[in-house]
Design a protein around this ligand. Sequence first.
Ligand code: A2P
Length: 344
Amino acid sequence: MSSPRVAVVGATGAVGPVVLEVLAERGFPASEVVAFASARSAGSRVPFAGGKLEVRELHDDSFDGFDLALFSAGGSTSKRYAPEAVARGCVVVDKSSAFRMDAGVPLVVPEVNPEALDGHRGIVSNPNCSTIQLVAALKPLHDAAGLAHITVATYQAVSGTGASAVRELRDQSQALLAGEPAAPSVYPHQIAFNVLPHCDAFEGDSTTEETKLVNETHKILGDPGIPISATCVRVPVWRGHSEAVWIETREPLGAERARALLRDAPGVRVVDDPAASAYPLPSAAAGTDDVLVGRIRDDGSRRNGLSLFVVADNLRKGAATNGVQIAELLVGRGLVRVPDRAAA
Ligand code: A2P
């Protein structure tokens, strides 16, 4: 079987460079990897597999001759170019929210619902970062005891917003430590040394991030009937989203059994020894692909209640790694058509 030619769109943003890093690290079977971004970055160079790739400006015809396109360039770029990539023969793995809730678009976390890939029509969506780690941790508990209710409060890193937000946190922190003013630009308020109960845009009383977390969890778990209450909060952390999660299960489960189920869950690492101050931390998750779960305990305030704390690297498992794992499954299952170019 021939190996696919792979386009990485958004190669100069917060996620794109991590996609390149993960592709190289995992030895993704590509015949060629090409980096794309906007005209602003054309000609710049990004690291890949010990060398550098020259960034090309994205055009409609950029996708000719490619088989797979990994998009991390925001919703408007995906809406504009992903259908074009599909029309030109690519399978698209899209990190934006543009197509996630479309009925014909699989929304996939490989450890949770890989079977959804089978029905793809050219675009596969990579879920929101907060959703990926939540469903990875909750799926084994749902399978064992049935989720009756989920409450979640997130503590989300600035890299989830993009490279400009990472710069804003750095610049504001430096300015404030030097006693200088720190005007907000990416966020509506100062993010350094602050906490903003506001991720993404408000849509009525809730934010789009909160709505995504609810709707995407329903779609991935295949159970839109689970009541979910979410509050998403931005915190001055570079990398790694945290989530405090409270669940109620239909059947009794208990912390001991939940811990045992999570120890066996793919992609999950239990870090839960409070006596030794061992619990999930964004600083420990950063740079890894594990979903860290800890503080697992019975919650006596509700029937069949359980609390847990869930942390993952939002740029890796929450974005790049999940996307590359989807691409690996697509290739492994023969769901990407790769023409025999040598014969052409
Ligand atoms: P560029 O750096 O040239 O603007 P972030 O995740 O930090 O928001 O980055 C978004 C990524 O999407 C960047 O690589 C950015 O490229 C890229 N991008 C933004 N708009 C376009 C576009 N119209 N065509 C191609 N890439 C785009």
